[in-house]
Design a binder for this molecule. Structure first.
Ligand SMILES: [Cu+2]
Length: 265
């Protein structure tokens, strides 16, 4: 916590932007907060719990997620937004973190260590895997999430991301970013490679925070892109937001921290 902030005592904390951070740069306290939020959510079986939120993306039916459509980025932004709010109902300081799969660390080590350790001390690591609820299985499977990552050097590169950031048309950008996104799902393998169960793996949210962050970077680089009016007016069920309402992350109360710092804000 910074002691140099000039925050008035009367400023309501709810109006402060929360900053999503690079998971590899989290402080021990920040990582503990993230773990605590996931652990708490994973322990709840009603609609405040992790299984409920993962099930919105995939099974049980209906599967709401948007892939291969013009709603890919807006729908997943709304999804992460409401999931993050749900985590913050359980652990007030919780903020999502992103996995930079283009980083040198990822290209040598693969999935971030925060997600691959099976235990933290004497406890199960809530970011390692989760139990898939019985209602979300098909033929009794899968009972829990699994991964089978490809070689780390095959993850998307910074050049791949720079190439999509250079695209000026939103729909081109979106579809090419979705391709990179697909490659990471397939690269992780296991349940992450299967849409009905992908979101049961906690690393799904770190991957999608990276995708959402790249969209945010693209928006800063292309400040007034043309989006078709019909697209802007579309709703993003089951979330009470339109595409237009997802465009400004600050109006949603969050932003992405600089990649070079892990300070509190
Ligand atoms: Cu995805």
């Amino acid at each position: 916590m910074s002691t140099t902030q000039h925050q008035s005592h009367s400023a309501p904390p709810s109006t402060a932007l929360r900053h999503r951070k690079n998971v590899a740069l989290l402080s021990a306290t920040q990582l503990q907060t993230l773990r605590s939020a996931f652990a708490t959510a994973e322990g709840i079986s009603d609609d405040r719990g992790f299984g409920y939120w993962a099930g919105i993306h995939g099974l049980p039916l209906p599967m709401y997620c948007q892939h291969g459509t013009r709603l890919f980025l807006p729908w997943h932004r709304a999804y992460l937004y409401f999931f993050e709010l749900a985590l913050r109902d359980l652990v007030p300081d919780a903020v999502l973190a992103w996995w930079d799969w283009t980083s040198p660390g990822s290209h040598s080590g693969g999935i971030p260590a925060a997600y691959t350790a099976s235990k933290v001390g004497a406890n199960a690591n809530p970011l390692f895997r989760t139990v898939v609820p019985a209602v979300a299985r098909q033929g009794g499977k899968p009972t829990r999430t699994s991964r089978s990552p490809a070689p780390a050097s095959e993850l998307p590169s910074q050049a791949d991301v720079q190439a999509v950031l250079a695209l000026s048309d939103f729909l081109d950008f979106q579809s090419q970013l979705e391709e990179i996104h697909n490659n990471v799902h397939v690269w992780v393998g296991g349940t992450m490679g299967e849409i009905p169960w992908a979101a049961y793996d906690p690393v799904f949210f770190a991957h999608h925070a990276m995708i959402d962050r790249i969209w945010r970077l693209w928006q800063m680089r292309h400040p007034s892109p043309h989006l078709p009016t019909a697209l802007l007016e579309q709703a993003l069920p089951p979330f009470p937001l339109t595409v237009a309402q997802t465009l400004d992350v600050k109006s949603l109360g969050y932003d992405y921290a600089s990649t070079t710092t892990h300070t509190s804000q």
